[in-house]
Design a binder for this molecule. Sequence first.
Ligand code: GLC
Length: 538
Amino acid sequence: MSAEQYAWWQRGVVYQIYPRSFQDASGDGVGDLVGIIDRLDHLVWLGVDAVWLSPIFLSPWEDGGYDISDYTAVDPLFGTVADAEALISAAHERELRVILDLVPNHTSHLHPWFVASRSDRDDPRRDWYVWRDPAPDGGPPNNWRSATDTGRPGSAWVHDDVTGQYFLATFSTVQPDLNWANPEVRTAIHDVVRFWLDRGVDGLRIDMVGFLGKDPEFLDEPPPADPSTHDYFVDSRHHLNRPENLEHLRELREVVDAYPERVLIGEMLYHAPVDLLVSYVTDAGIDLPTNFSLITLPLEPERLAAHIDAYDAALIAAGGWPNYCVGNHDMPRISAHGPERARLALTLLLTLRGTPFVYYGDEIGMSNVEVPPDRRDDRWAVPQHQMTRDSVRTPMQWDDGPNAGFCPPQVEPWLPIADDHTQVNVATEAADDGSHLHLVRRLLALRRAQPALAIGGYRRLVDAPRGCIAYVREHGGRCLTVALNFGDDHVVVDVDAADAAASTSPARVVVETVAGCARVDGGTVHLRPRSGAVLERA
Ligand code: GLC
């Protein structure tokens, strides 16, 4: 297949923006939509193809905007629907696509739908949420568990004193689950989707995509078969991963398919097995079920290689398309691995077969910022990773001036600016050819120029030395070799071994993670510790 036959979201690279932290244009210390418009040229210069905005909708901000109280209103912190329309057109003028976050599993407890639902057992909106009577002992209706344990250890149910029933709130107590079994709810969300697609949005990232459908009988989850490897959400049979869920998503897909070329990205579980990821492609019409393996696995080449081989093969065999990310608004930034390994991880991300997601600030190596308790905003400790997610949501660092160019000097930004912003910022790094930023930009340019990287085949060099992952990407007779040495030793990688064109011309280095780290010698490349390179034939 030629490159043009692939969808834009297969060829392209998605850049995730946490809107509160990208650029403040209004001068209140909070990022906004006009600020994003002002910075679109950075994204064009960088070379990405699409932006995904974390939620921009009306919210009481009890879960960083993922608690929505009106799906078709823009939060005044960010601007208006007209600003969103202006952003979409400004992006399209620059050939950038725009993806919005859809949070369909739950609303804020302050959404008028829930306020009505909670007001009376007979309210017409009662059945828009999941209400059940208490168990005979007065406790929660079943043993379903919550994703955050704050305030109600274990249970996903919250008792409502006014009407004497429990409502289901799988994430937090202030985010009641919508009742997707009710066709009125499905229609209401379809209308929300049409509202945004009508405004030119190019796709949606669906939050907690596996959770919408619930067991209509509300059966207890069975006891774990093996407690030592048990993961409640992966193993769940009644609370999520339901056949009803796939049906709901197929319906949503039909709504989206009335609009050409739109992408659906589904937020999957962090430890989702590959067959679950595949089933969301084949059975639910999700284009990109998120694959978090480069975040959850240790950066050890042997572990990574085993995963990538199996994942890539399974997705391709199923007619799907892989995707990777090394960071997002919920997980520690990749820079925690140190600058050299972070560069390797970004190179891996941008040279594998599959759509890469780049988290804002990772292109300059932003750090996980220590946010003092009195400045914290994120209140939900997610049991798997006890951390404040504020650390990865701090303002983008544009320059070395006051407030890093994010907001005016006299204004206090909503979260503190990292101390390292005097060196780690876009302006300083743009002036330094050896910077993190230029590495990312070079890789993006190469991916754009070389179909082998964007859509080419993936074949791993199984004989790469210990500590090293190496693979070939090829398309239409063109072949690029990627060799990444995560180890602490100097290694020599045989790059001729797997390349049919090897005898005709010698390989040359086209990108290296650190200037001078790679040296070609005959059919081999020598790599310094914690460094890597992309090679091609002339
Ligand atoms: C998703 C979001 C996360 C949010 C949660 C509940 O996991 O990525 O930020 O807190 O859903 O909506």
